[in-house]
Write a protein that binds this ligand. Structure first.
Ligand code: 2P0
Length: 355
């Protein structure tokens, strides 16, 4: 049957993001609504990113997905939420060249195939769900000719993984927690584009490539249920910190930016420790990196480098400029020589020429 033979395809690429004011804790698990605002920086797409191709054909009999070449199940609620939200907004598509016409109603019957690749090891403990769901939603939105702005798309990506909503934009991004129970106002906005502060260099030290022991979802749930410190953090600390961070980014004030970033990472890990049972994401090597940066910053009289750690031991460091990034790499290699027991591998992101 000739009418069954066509395939329509869209490919998109999305970088991951690193939070400088952390998201930790949900007020609604199903809709993924957070207990506080967060702010992140989106990495350069060359380094840590996901590439996703979505396709549709009348020959496809079910929705299917492959991650790094292996088929994975789409039955999870998070995939289904994203697919449902995008499908419900699908519009007419008319590809004159290929002679393909899909009407709004056809999308309910058509199935999609999704192939996604990470250009970094998924097991490296580096945020992959953020780039993954952002890319999936963006690519499906293009394929189905969805007529929504980036912020509306971010609210859909949020339902795949909270941090994913921040990867729909480059530069500095804020995820506004919102007030609405249905989550319509819990979405991402861009604070500054990627050109605004492009002297910054991000270096990620892979402390361990083992997969983390406590998933973010489980960890957050335990924290919300048991940590009093989280309540204080979400209500009293983060709202003020968000305003200061926005100002620091606006003014490219590195001293303030670094102080806020480091303090917020440390409070996030303190909240993990305040959880019952306690969650340990950092290890001895992480702690040694913090000490190295703290000592250096103090000896210079003003911060040179900011550090931040997510739900794992890997260090993300943000250097004020390229010269500082080179110095940082030297210090790291000196303190953690290759093949030593600390098992440290360094990546440089944002500026390949330093490698
Ligand atoms: C963040 N993290 O703001 C924080 C800091 C980890 C530490 O967002 O359950 O994978 O999918 O919403 O987004 C990791 O949590 O969790 C995270 P879900 P997600 O980047």
């Amino acid at each position: 049957d000739e009418s069954q033979k066509w395939v329509l395809m869209v490919t998109a690429q999305t970088p991951t993001n690193i939070a400088v004011i952390k998201y930790w804790g949900k007020r609604d698990e199903k809709l993924i609504l957070p207990v506080n605002d967060s702010i992140s920086v989106t990495l350069d797409p060359e380094h840590l990113c996901t590439t996703t191709t979505v396709s549709v054909s009348p020959a496809f009999t079910q929705d299917r997905m492959w991650l790094n070449g292996e088929e994975i199940s789409l039955s999870g609620g998070r995939f289904q939420s994203c697919l449902r939200e995008i499908r419900s907004r699908a519009c007419d598509v008319h590809d004159k060249e290929k002679g393909i016409k899909i009407t709004k109603k056809d999308w309910d019957k058509l199935h999609v195939h999704i192939a996604s690749y990470n250009n970094f090891p998924t097991a490296a403990g580096l945020a992959s769900s953020a780039a993954g769901f952002a890319c999936l939603v963006f690519a499906l939105g293009k394929l189905m000719n969805v007529n929504e702005d980036q912020s509306q798309l971010s609210a859909i990506a949020r339902q795949g993984s909270g941090s994913a909503c921040r990867s729909l934009y480059g530069g500095f991004v804020k995820w506004i927690m919102g007030k609405d129970e249905k989550g319509t106002d819990s979405l991402a906005v861009q604070l500054a584009d990627e050109k605004h502060w492009d002297e910054l260099v991000i270096i990620i030290a892979v402390v361990s490539s083992r997969q983390k022991e406590t998933s973010s979802t489980t960890g957050m749930r335990d924290t919300v249920e048991t940590s009093l410190l989280l309540q204080h953090r979400a209500k009293e600390v983060v709202p003020k910190r968000i305003l200061k961070m926005e100002e620091a980014i606006r003014n490219r004030d590195f001293a303030s930016f670094a102080q806020l970033t480091c303090t917020d990472s440390n409070q996030f890990h303190a909240v993990c420790l305040d959880t019952c049972p306690p969650i340990f994401y950092m290890n001895d090597t992480s702690h040694r990196i913090i000490s190295l940066v703290e000592k250096w910053n103090r000896s210079e009289g003003t911060p040179q480098v900011a550090y931040t750690f997510d739900a794992g031991p890997n260090a993300v460091m943000i250097a004020r400029d390229r010269k500082t990034a080179t110095l940082l790499l030297q210090k790291l290699l000196y303190t953690f020589p290759p093949n030593s027991d600390a098992d440290l591998n360094s990546f440089v992101l944002g500026d390949k020429s330093i490698l």
